[in-house]
Write a protein that binds this ligand. Sequence first.
Ligand SMILES: Nc1nc2c(ncn2[C@@H]2O[C@H](COP(=O)(O)OP(=O)(O)OP(=O)(O)O)[C@@H](O)[C@H]2O)c(=O)[nH]1
Length: 330
Amino acid sequence: MPCSPKKGPGGIDCEAGGISAGLSEKTLRLLLEAMEITADGIGIFDPDDRLIFSNSANAALFGLTPQQAQGKTFEELVRHCYREHVGINIETDDIEQWLAMAHQKRRRHRYRSFQTDMLDGRWVQLTEQLTEGGEMFTFFTDITEQKRIERKLERLTAKLSTQANTDDLTGINNRRNFLRLAQQEVSRCRRAGRDCALLVIDVDFFKLVNDEYGHQVGDCVLCNITAALSKELREYDVLGRLGGEEFAALIPENGTVQALEVAERLRKAVVSIDHGEVCDGLRPTISVGLAVSEGAGIALDWLISRADQALYRAKNAGRNCCVLWSDAGN
Ligand SMILES: Nc1nc2c(ncn2[C@@H]2O[C@H](COP(=O)(O)OP(=O)(O)OP(=O)(O)O)[C@@H](O)[C@H]2O)c(=O)[nH]1
């Protein structure tokens, strides 16, 4: 008669007519041999949580041979790992608390699956399956390679995400990420009923720098300017490179007076940069256009277009200056 579990996983009837019915002694021996040969761990705990069967792989989870592990309770096995620094990685300074937590989770569900790491660096996926009679089957499989690939993917994803958000040359937010972060800040200020200011910053006559000193020096000048701007801004201000020689800064929770002060500070900081011998007295300047939200309802697009208009005025006014957008003047 073929093997046909009557009650399914966790409720297998192993008595007459159950899983062993019709299996020859040889087949049962082979089954035991298969359980021993497999690299997967197989264990059975009785209703008192005492290990009544374990293959070698399963016993190794506790740093023991099957003979040594046989008859020990789950708690004794864990204490052995902790005391001898073998088997599963029990990361705690308080083993009693760790065991109390483990007991809270263990045997609460008929089926539970989780991952854990071992002191030898391996990772395993552990599965616990309760029978109706209260025994617990435990299975584990080695997932070290899967974990290694997962970690590699995580690192790669983080790297890609940084690359996607960062300007290659200057290392600050690129246009896309600046707009995303600035949008968040504008919304936050609007909800809090606070003002915020947007500064559009453009390097003056930058084409001349490139023409006179070359593109590489131009790049270096852009990096120096970025460093000077970053130094003058606060941690929660958002700075980004919009493209070319144009930057933007979103200054949250700042009204007109403070925003003008910040803009002027940035302008002076750029004029004071020492670009080194290679640039021979080069003193590039910036023009800044500002727009300040006044109370509720101001959107980022509104701020950008007004700051752009103010920048246009700053350029027309002779450059190396800061202009605030206002209804009257624009
Ligand atoms: N070195 C370097 N130059 C860049 C980069 N991006 C844009 N530029 C240069 O920046 C210059 C911008 O020139 P324009 O748009 O004419 O502006 P400007 O010379 O700064 O003049 P105003 O803005 O009117 O004061 C161009 O020569 C671009 O090639 C970059 O990443 N590196």
